[in-house]
Every structure is written in C-alpha cells, then in structure tokens.
Design a protein around this ligand. Sequence first.
Ligand code: AMP
Ligand code: GLY
Length: 426
Amino acid sequence: MNVLVVGNGGREHAILLALRKSKRVEKLYCMKGNAGTAEIAENVDVDYMNVEAVKDYVSAHPEIDYYVVAPDDPLAIGLVDELEAMGKRCFGPRKNAAIIEASKAFAKELMKKYKIPTAESETFEDYSKALEYIRKKGAPLVLKADGLALGKGVLICETIEQAEEGLKEIMLDKAFGAAGNKIVIEELMRGLRYTPGEEVSVLAFTDGKTIIPMITSCDHKRSGDGDKGLNTGGMGTFSPCPFWNEKLEKQVLKTIMIPTMKAMNAEGRTFKGCLYFGLMRTDKGMKVVEYNSRFGDPETQVVLPMLKTDLMDIFEAVTEGKLSDIKIEWEEGACVCVVLASGGYPVSYVKGKEITIGETGNAQIVHAGTAVKDGRLVTAGGRVLGVVAKGKDIEEARLKAYSAVENINWENMHYRKDIGVKYREG
Ligand code: AMP
Ligand code: GLY
C-alpha cells in the first residue's frame, strides 16, 4: 500500500516511522512534511488547508491507497469528508465528529448531557454576562476560548483581576481570533497531590463500536523547568504515566471512554480515528480536561515506538469498523521524548539556524520544525526536534535521551531539563 500522512510536525514524523515498520506499506508520502519526513517519505508541497489544492493532488495520484489526516485544523474543516467523497480510504474523524476538539463548548455540553465527569462550567457568547458570572463565582477560574487556538486558548486565573483581564483578551481583544466568539468558564480542578491535578494523556483507537486505549503518556506543557513559564504545544513527554494501572484503566473505560464513544454515536457524530482523552486525577476521581480529535503531539512520539502491532492493520480495522478483531500489543518498559525548541519559543524566535547532530546512540531523532536549505539542516519552527529514547524504566529512558541531547546543537537551542521527572513518586 501507498500511504499519505497529512501534517508537518513531530507527530507526523512519528506516525511515518511507525508505518515504515509495516510489512504492508510500500511507499510513504507526507503533505507537506519536514526534513525528517523527507528521509522516509516523499514530501508533497501542497497546503493541506487548501481543500481544492488537496483534491487536485489526490485526483492526480490514484496510486495512493490510504490517507491519514493527523492535525486538528484539516480535520476541523472536513478534509476527511472531502477525501471520502472522492472514494478514498482515510484515518481520522469526519468534520461532524472532529467538533469534539474544535469546539470546547460542544465538548462541555456533551459531557454535561451524558454525565461524563469533567470540571463544572458555563458557556457564554455575551461579554457582560460572562463578566457577571466571573464576579459571582470568584477566583480561581479557568477561561477557555471555544475554538482552536494552537493550544494557547486556555487561561488559568488565580485572581478575579486576572480573570477579568483574560475575559477581555479573549472576547473583546480577540487574542485568539474567532476562537474567542464563545468562552467556556470552568472551575479549577484540584489534584490528589497538586493544584491543578495530575494529568495523563490517553490516546485511543476507535471505530465507533470498539474503543481501545493505547499506553498512557504525560506531557509537559509549560516552557520552563518546574512547569514555569508560558504554555506551549508540549516540551516533552514520557510513557507510561506512573499513577496509571489496570484498575484505573477499567474505571476510565467505563466512566469516560465508552460513554464518550456512545454519546458521539447518539448525537449522530460517530467518531472514527484516534480520540485523545486529556484526563486529570482530581480529589474527586478521574475527570476530562479536554478531548482532542487526533494523536497528541508530542505524546505520539513516545506511544507509537512502543507499539508491537502493525499500525497499518489497526488503521484499516478502524476504517472498516473491525477494530474488535484486532489485538493490540505493546512493548514493556518506558519511553521519553525531550523536545528541542528554538530560543524564544513560544513567543518569538528566529528560524534558519543550522542544526548539528553528533552521536546520538540509539535515540530516535523525530523532526518537527526542520528544513533543508542549501544542503544544510536548519530550524524551521518553534519546536524543532524530539529526542526519543526507550529504557527499562522512565529513568533509564530519560538518561539516554538527555545524553543524546548533549550532542545536538544550534544557536539558542532551548529545552527543559526535567522531562520525565514529574510524578516520579507515582
Ligand atoms: P487544555 O488546552 O484544555 O488542555 O488546557 C491546557 C491546560 O490547562 C491543561 O493541560 C491543564 O493543565 C490546565 N487546565 C485546563 N482546564 C483546567 C481545569 N478546569 N482545572 C485545572 N487545570 C486545567
Ligand atoms: N500535547 C497536547 C496536544 O497534542 O494537544
């Protein structure tokens, strides 16, 4: 089979690396890809948000048998629907199901209606009503722009002043554009050990009838060590989550994952693809922080390397509604991904810096924002590389990853030194 993956980042490179191991995959393509994907796939220089341009490319390439739509924005505009309408087979939810990520107001409404545990919240389209609610509730509060905002549309507000300022930014100044036409205002969830609580990302394959969780992972969203600094797309991940166990998985399947799958069916929005559950262990049990309609980035970088089953077999089983026929197996041990970012990310940074990569042992270098310019490997984004290593436990994996990081460099390279240290006590 010839398979095209839509997307440019580390997640897409990680998906391609897993597909390359499939006995059934012949040729890989990536739209548009980066310098890393170019090593194992043919990069296709088409803007995937331009539906007409994608359709032209697809019509001209009947030799491609299967499409994987990985990022949130093409899913939200219905790229899968367009490809299916052309008779193509795809991995990824249709537009009416991708809304579970594209609208936080929708997701909260769904959880309320089907009694899926999550933070209490109200949704507002009117600034003055939202302001009144904030003043009535008092701090702390969490404000969320309704739409997609590159993972930046969430503000944790410790004081009323911060909440009022945040509300103004989202609804009046439109800091996140049209994503802020609606706002979700939530209670701040408290954890068993910390506030906010301990988080875990659980990605799951689902064909709408069966839902199978993958191994768990934990992200580090803040830019600096000790979870200080601004929110980013994710500065590193490790797998598995130390507080996860079989009993918890059973309970989460019963109270959150299966009810979500069934709720989407009941709404006429069957979700097929990878459904991402951002969960928090709170003082009142496991609750949903967010849903994503896709693989996480950089969660995928630590989850897929541990997959023993052929990923292409799983993708096709999802497409064909036969996921219950497949047994999905994982390696024992742990995996860590340290993200190397451009200095200044997530605010402003310079691209085009030459990257040097020395001896990295058996760490896997996953490319996110890279390009080749005049024959040299250069930075081309905020998050540039993910350094991924496996070990018998998280400690061994993190030591391997960090020893590889020592031999990678460019001007102003920035990374966190504490990936995998979080929740070390379990
Ligand atoms: P999201 O983009 O929805 O994942 O939110 C970004 C981050 O904000 C999450 O990973 C949590 O760390 C935090 N967060 C979001 N909602 C809440 C909440 N209701 N209580 C505590 N922390 C939250
Ligand atoms: N790492 C979080 C996300 O993919 O949204």
